[in-house]
Design a protein around this ligand. Structure first.
Ligand SMILES: Cc1ncc(COP(=O)(O)O)c(C=O)c1O
Length: 368
């Protein structure tokens, strides 16, 4: 990619021999398959997860064993050993996620996987940029996946790399036709030159009355079905040429700096607030964050009010049920707030002020 030697951060795309899928979830499918996950076999995946991490294992007719994490979302290794011992199906691989861009201890994970004869799959979906002088993704893992479109203004992109200096077996990905490539290029140009309006401009300013607050209905789905976020027709599809073009011209240092600065603004903004706290207040040099995770004491009503006001927030409320108390707690209480490089000072000021106002003034009485 021709990075200047002085650049501090790099994107994973610079590595040779990777495969460029349309989304990380389809790269995960191939990583699981190469790791031996399939019918009659099991994958270890974190109990705190989004559905697209588990969908590919469902597609492979494999069992997913959800492993517990501590409050910093690190794997609980002794519990995982017990899960492996009691699993009816042989466990073939472990998925380890750098949640929000916060790096996991890959060396410890490698030692664990070696001791239990597991393939280690490193999930860099939230950690596409890495510190050049630090540990490179893939140093300890067998496979690395990433989601470039989460970090650069490209429409799609899902990267699969082999770790530990190995190469992926040759796989022929289905390329989008020339018409689709051109349309993607046109959309990319449009997005770059006329980005969507910032959140504050589209937000509803209408005050919300407590009587309007209706809790969302809870529903459970069977675990053997894929989510609507996963489309089997997209398996094996290559990402757009326009996406590669954008990645090749994006500057990892600039993106890293802007994201780290927005993340720090969040940390400062929420520090004095009641009823919430930053999940990871420290930002290590090796972290280029994907989102800012905020733990809130009263998701009901605060999540609803923030949504109503137009704050772009997400949470993983659709995760599969597990015995992990942390995942159960974080499911509704950990909000994912944006720290995207395109957010300017004005937008960040509106976002942080809106969260502050809601946390300070909104009733923390749970609604009906
Ligand atoms: C931690 C994590 N891993 C993997 C994925 C799948 O990545 P993609 O959206 O590129 O399919 C996601 C999706 O959001 C994710 O959050």
């Amino acid at each position: 990619m021709g990075l200047a030697p002085s650049s501090r951060y790099a994107f994973l795309t610079g590595s040779a021999g990777g495969a460029f899928y349309s989304r990380g979830r389809y790269a995960l499918l191939e990583a699981y398959r190469l790791a031996g996950v399939g019918p009659g076999r099991a994958l270890l995946a974190p109990a705190y997860h989004c559905r697209t991490m588990v969908d590919p294992a469902v597609r492979l007719a494999a069992e997913t064993v959800l492993y517990p994490c501590d409050r910093e979302l690190r794997p609980d290794w002794p519990s995982i050993s017990r899960l492996i011992e009691t699993s009816v199906r042989p466990v073939k691989a472990l998925l380890l996620t750098h949640f929000f861009g916060i790096r996991q201890d890959m060396k410890a994970a490698r030692a664990f996987c070696d001791a239990h004869d597991l393939a280690l799959i490193e999930d860099c979906s939230h950690a596409f940029a890495y510190l050049q002088k630090g540990e490179k993704p893939g140093t300890y893992s067998d496979f690395v996946i990433a989601s470039p479109y989460k970090f650069a203004p490209c429409e799609d992109g899902g990267l699969l790399l082999a770790g530990r200096g190995r190469r992926l077996p040759d796989t022929a990905l289905r390329s989008p036709g020339p018409a689709a490539q051109l349309r993607a290029l046109a959309r990319t140009v449009e997005r770059v030159f006329s980005p969507p309006p910032p959140p504050a401009a589209t937000a509803s300013a209408a005050p919300i009355r407590p009587a309007e607050l209706v809790p969302a209905a809870e529903a459970e789905e069977a675990g053997d079905t894929i989510s609507t976020l996963y489309d089997p027709r997209d398996e094996n599809n290559a990402g757009f040429f326009a996406s590669r073009l954008i990645l090749g011209t994006s500057n990892p240092d600039k993106i890293a700096e802007a994201r780290r600065s927005n993340y720090r603004r969040w940390v400062e903004a929420v520090a004095p607030l009641p009823r919430c706290q930053a999940l990871f207040p420290e930002l290590e040099e090796n972290c280029v964050p994907y989102m800012f995770p905020l733990y809130i004491d009263h998701p009901n009503p605060h999540f609803y009010i923030l949504k109503h006001l137009g704050v772009p927030i997400w949470r993983w409320d659709e995760m599969a049920v597990s015995a992990c108390p942390v995942a159960a707690d974080y499911r509704l209480r950990v909000l994912h707030l944006p720290c995207h490089q395109a957010l300017g000072a004005g937008e960040m000021a509106w976002l942080t002020a809106t969260v502050a106002e809601v946390m300070r003034t909104a009733s923390c009485e749970p609604c009906r």
